[in-house]
Design a protein around this ligand. Structure first.
Ligand code: ROI
Length: 162
């Protein structure tokens, strides 16, 4: 059994409902009673493509799935919710990124863990901190040390968890 963190993001077709149904699907991958999700946050799109604001959150749970099995399951959920890869860094109905798989560091053509954006993206760091303020990355960095005031001010709390 391994503790994992998954980032959720959506900016098309009722993003909050996309995250709600993604959470239901993710719970099916989780050990009973282990699933938690952060608050939902509204965030300005990162990247150069003009597009609607995003709704972002992070979920954590314990799973028996191996890393690539988990990746397959995440991609199946994305497809089930109408994900089409039209534009690189363009809008999407649902994006699920595997952020952390226990303490493992994984480098394969299909999967890099920790996720390459984990240290710089406020819409990942702030929900992670909400779930686990003392979280330490496999490299030894505590996530709280990566969060700036500007990052906190850039996210809008939408829907507190719980
Ligand atoms: N920007 C924000 N704010 N949130 C995301 O989840 C997100 N996902 C992406 C890109 C297009 C890079 N920008 C994003 O994939």
């Amino acid at each position: 059994m391994t503790g994992v963190y998954v980032a959720l993001g959506a900016n098309l077709d009722s993003p909050e409902r996309q995250l709600d149904s993604a959470c239901l699907a993710l719970q099916q991958l989780a050990q009973q009673g282990s699933f938690r999700v952060s608050s939902y946050y509204r965030s300005v799109p990162m990247g150069d493509v003009p597009q609607p604001d995003y709704v972002n959150a992070v979920a954590c749970f314990e799973t028996e799935l191996a890393p690539l099995e988990l990746l397959d399951a995440l991609q199946a959920i994305e497809l089930q919710q109408g994900r089409q890869r039209l534009v690189r860094w363009g809008p999407r109905t649902l994006d699920l990124d595997l952020l952390l798989y226990g303490d493992e560091q994984i480098q394969t053509p299909r999967l890099t863990v920790p996720h390459y954006g984990i240290k710089s993206r406020e819409f990942v760091l702030i929900p992670l901190e909400e779930l686990n303020p003392s979280l330490v990355l496999p490299c030894g960095t505590g996530i709280a040390t990566l969060i700036t005031d500007a990052m906190r001010q850039s996210l809008q709390l939408l829907h507190p968890s719980g």
